[in-house]
Design a protein around this ligand. Structure first.
Ligand code: CMP
Length: 143
């Protein structure tokens, strides 16, 4: 089953959106396989956002993601990487369609509520950065 890494960013946590975001993915029919409320260290932030290290906003990105607790999650379901990106909406909340998470709750691109993996390769990399294999539930074995 396809897995993705989703993270409610510090702005989403501060605005009490964890429950609303979890509800949307649960209601859609996806399964939560791991979750934790945590602070992101400077080292983890730099690794997570490594592909953006040459962008002018890299410093802002790292300082924002380390500024307060995040809610890191792993979800699974059919075609979840693409589906979750649809549910999140465009990266820039100003361009995100109403009905999407960013379209409904965000205003600025630098504080866009939620992060989600953009490909199977980044999902695998990001899940491994934030979670140990033993932190993840394997429902298949329970059924
Ligand atoms: P995210 O999906 O976490 O991945 C990279 C992040 O960079 C993105 O969400 C945005 O929050 C942020 N970002 C993208 N473009 C800009 C920008 N022009 N200025 C500041 N932050 C940006």
């Amino acid at each position: 089953m396809e897995k993705t890494f989703l993270m409610v960013k510090p702005d989403g946590v501060q605005r009490n959106l964890i429950g609303e975001i979890v509800r949307r993915f649960e209601s859609k029919g996806f399964q939560l396989v791991g979750a934790k409320l945590m602070m992101v260290s400077q080292e983890l932030a730099e690794k997570h956002y490594g592909e953006h290290k040459d962008k002018p906003f890299f410093g802002e990105l790292v300082s924002f993601i380390t500024s307060g607790p995040v809610f890191a999650m792993v979800w699974q379901g059919e075609n979840i990487i693409a589906q979750a990106r649809k549910m999140m909406g465009a990266t820039n909340p100003a361009e995100a369609a109403p009905g999407t998470i960013r379209g409904d709750f965000g205003v600025q691109v630098s504080q866009n509520i939620i992060h989600g993996s953009d490909s199977p390769e980044s999902a695998e990399r990001e899940i491994a950065l934030f979670f140990n294999e033993s932190d993840l539930i394997s429902y298949e074995k329970m059924i």
